[in-house]
Design a protein around this ligand. Structure first.
Ligand SMILES: *Cc1c(COP(=O)(O)O)cnc(C)c1O
Length: 362
């Protein structure tokens, strides 16, 4: 039996988001390299904070997130008043669309951009506008050419997922300065911590009122299961987003764990260094076996195959050997597989198996 109630325009355009597969049927020892998770998990300090939160489960959480915003502000040198925290950066993306996008408004992102931009745009009733990239890299001129008076938001993940490429701060600034009046550039820094010396666009968002930055605890902090992200931008934008944020959107366990995690920058550095080393091993081993990739700036490598058929056959083979990587046909890259940089044995094993596959031994 079906109800007769109809959803708002745009809702039925949404294709359900498919997370990275987590299991191979019939196997308990599968290696998951499909969701860009930190193979080393969360820092000990974050785990301890999470354990302590068990004692306050009966208490409502704090509503203004002041302590977490202060910690983020201290670590990044930002004004805590201009920070908002959410249930992953996904929720911040959703708030931005809900607050600024409606029917007839356009949201611009790139052809291999993160799928949540399209989903949140449709959820708000807006129109997604997909722009070509240049060799799997953000093309500022193509984005500027696609902007109109209807453009409200422009989303750029930098580094981008699933390509792993990024553009420089001067290019981001040129993009911001070229946007139509009334449009906001959202720089998604989910992988910013993996790039030594890169601030994720923080300084730009401090200086330019039409730049907004999103960040997450899901990637280098190893807290994807806990669901915490944050945004930083002009005070008036933060004030708008706070009006639609649920007062108790984050639990005490989320707030206290994230605070301990962000204050443990030694752990972040350790993870960044190890990712850089292992990413080099993985990319080089793949190249030797005839599988090229663009120079990645994140914690994954986008492996390119000769065709969609070859990429799918390789994925099937890896799965049969207990290794889960990510198909990226949904990102218009059907001939590629996205492989998260795991621990050293995982990197060596996936490269070895792809070598076997390429040599025809699968
Ligand atoms: C993983 C990822 C995020 C993070 O999402 P959360 O909701 O914070 O887990 C955001 N943007 C991009 C491009 C990502 O790949």
């Amino acid at each position: 039996m079906a109800s007769s109630i109809k959803p708002q325009p745009g809702i039925m355009e949404i294709a359900l988001y498919q997370g990275g597969q987590a299991h191979v049927p019939g196997r308990t020892d599968a290696i998951k390299l499909s969701s860009n998770e930190n193979p080393f998990g969360a820092s000990d300090k974050a785990r301890e904070a999470f354990s302590r939160a068990v004692h306050s489960l009966h208490r409502y959480p704090n509503t203004d997130h002041a302590s977490l915003r202060q910690a983020i502000g201290d670590v990044h040198g930002l004004d805590p008043a201009r920070i908002i925290c959410g249930v992953g950066s996904d929720e911040i993306i959703h708030f931005l669309c809900q607050a600024y996008v409606g029917p007839r408004d356009e949201v611009v992102f790139t052809e291999h951009g993160f799928l949540m931009y399209r989903i949140s745009t449709y959820a708000a009733g807006g129109t997604p506008v997909s722009v070509p990239e240049r060799e799997r890299t953000t093309d500022v001129d193509a984005i500027l050419a696609a902007c109109t008076k209807k453009t409200k938001l422009v989303f750029i993940a930098n580094p981008n997922n699933p390509t792993g490429t990024m553009i420089g701060l001067a290019e981001l600034e040129r993009l911001a300065n070229g946007l139509p009046k009334g449009a906001l550039l959202v720089v998604d820094g989910a992988y910013a911590e993996y790039v030594e010396g890169y601030d994720g666009g923080a300084e730009l968002a401090t200086r330019l009122p039409n730049v907004f930055m999103t960040r997450t605890f899901s990637k280098i902090y190893g807290l994807g299961g806990l669901r915490i992200g944050w945004g930083y931008g002009a005070q008036d934008v933060i004030d708008v987003l706070n009006r639609i944020r649920g007062p108790f959107n984050l639990s005490t366990a989320q707030l206290e764990t994230a605070e301990a995690a962000v204050r443990d920058q030694d752990y972040v550095k350790k993870c960044r260094d190890e990712n850089m080393r292992l990413r080099g091993i993985l990319a080089e081993a793949l190249a030797e076996k005839g599988v090229p990739s663009d120079t990645s700036t994140a914690n994954f490598v986008l492996a390119r195959f000769g065709s969609a058929e070859e990429a799918e056959a390789c994925d099937d083979y890896l799965k049969s050997e207990g290794i889960i990587v990510r198909r990226v046909g949904g990102y218009n890259l059907p001939h590629c597989l996205r492989i998260t940089v795991g621990d050293e044995p995982s990197c060596r094993r996936v490269a070895h198996l792809i070598g076997v596959f390429k040599a025809g031994g699968a």
